[in-house]
Design a protein around this ligand. Sequence first.
Ligand SMILES: *Cc1c(COP(=O)(O)O)cnc(C)c1O
Length: 348
Amino acid sequence: MRHWIKGALAAINADYQRSADTHLIKLSLPNFEDINVYLKDESTHPTGSLKHRLARSLFLYALCNGKIDAHTTVVEASSGSTAVSEAYFAKLIGVPFIAVMPRSTSAQKIAQIERFGGRCHFVDCATQMHDTAVKVAQECNGYFMDQFMHAERATDWRGNNNIAESIFKQMANEPHPIPHAVVMSAGTGGTSATLGRYIRYMGFDTNLWVVDPENSAFYPSYMQQDSTLTTGVSSRIEGIGRPQVEASFMPNVIDEMLVVPDLASVAAMVWLEQIAGRKAGPSTGTNLWGVMHVAQHMQQQGIKGSIVTLLCDGGDRYLQTYHNPQWVMEHLGDIKPFEQHIAAKVGT
Ligand SMILES: *Cc1c(COP(=O)(O)O)cnc(C)c1O
């Protein structure tokens, strides 16, 4: 077995060796000359999102903890990008993979998982995913990866080329190399945990802002310091916001939180395409709305500096939904007021 694990780790590390780091793109906000904005472009990973990093870390963590061997079926509860990225790594090391997901998951995502040899197990609604995944794993004597539990601990927070270290290295030659703020949304909370811990470990004067969509339990739980809060409703921004506070969400390393209206997220996502020609997913819009908020705050205080955020995934996955104006109008409402706000305050 030790021999097999050695081979699996070698396969993951060879894949890593073949991969390039993701770009840090410089963005200009027309009305904010003294503030530089940077986007860490996570859409260029082989599986198209920041979940590529998480999936790699989760597999390494499970392998080194003796949870996966040559015949272990890996199971995950995910309707989104995590299942796609985990299917990729399961295939890489040659173990079966089952994603437990709602029946309503888009055909495109299901096809991506199946392309990497994964299987999909459907449940009627999202709230059943977790318990069903536990059961499916038990039945096949497999391993439930449990992203929401393990995301924060699977990543090396002190460095080892995690996303935080990568960002700060890439900022080295910029006019303001230590950002005034890093803005990030939370799904598992793993990325914000890594950013916040690294900032503290390195002693940087950077503020970590976590932006949250409507319907999420993260913001109210942060404000009221109550991790048992639930909202009973699902987030409408794919990949971020949760109806309950997940174990990987680390409130104590967050400096500020902000709720972003769902329509503002979509408007900021559309704005990015207009200004930079980049089609991103809606959580990137949430991040950018947060950046605009922080930029305004800095300008009012006369602070010059930089702000970093993430381009979490590309827009190709959302052509029929968030990038389709008719779908947006029907499911979320009118983004015009938010587009006008951006045009007036930030410029296009
Ligand atoms: C998971 C995810 C996030 C949030 O990242 P976490 O590290 O899980 O908090 C943001 N955007 C997208 C598209 C995601 O899939």
